[in-house]
Design a protein around this ligand. Sequence first.
Ligand SMILES: [Zn+2]
Length: 147
Amino acid sequence: MSVEAHKCNVIDCKGFIVFENADFDYKNPPTVNGMYEFDDPKCTECGKEYKVVPHHAVIALDEHEDIELVESACITQFEKREQVRSFENEIMPYEKVKKFIQLRRYTYSPEEVIARYTNYKNGEYVSHTMKDCIKNLTPELERLAPF
Ligand SMILES: [Zn+2]
């Protein structure tokens, strides 16, 4: 038993429902408002609340109080998504370049990308992966590159 992740069932939400299941007491499940309930985690992105119940299903309640099962996910999917969010929410240009490189698992240093961006603007050839960095980081590189 460990950390468990499920995908949020809200359309267009890429968030996850994440919770620790190690302490669940199946022989004596806790109750909330007369219903067995181990936990009430929220989506990491849209905040929708879910309930973890003793038969170990993750359910969503819609406005009609209908129960819907949600898709389970592995924790590495969640971690990958958190990396993407961390990149998307980064406001410091240098950190953003660094996070993009990590996300793509490239071996460049941020300095290398900044330097190659200047070369690229001067019409020099850059590799496919470097072009990928430049394409996704143009506003940041514009701020970081020396004139
Ligand atoms: Zn969500």
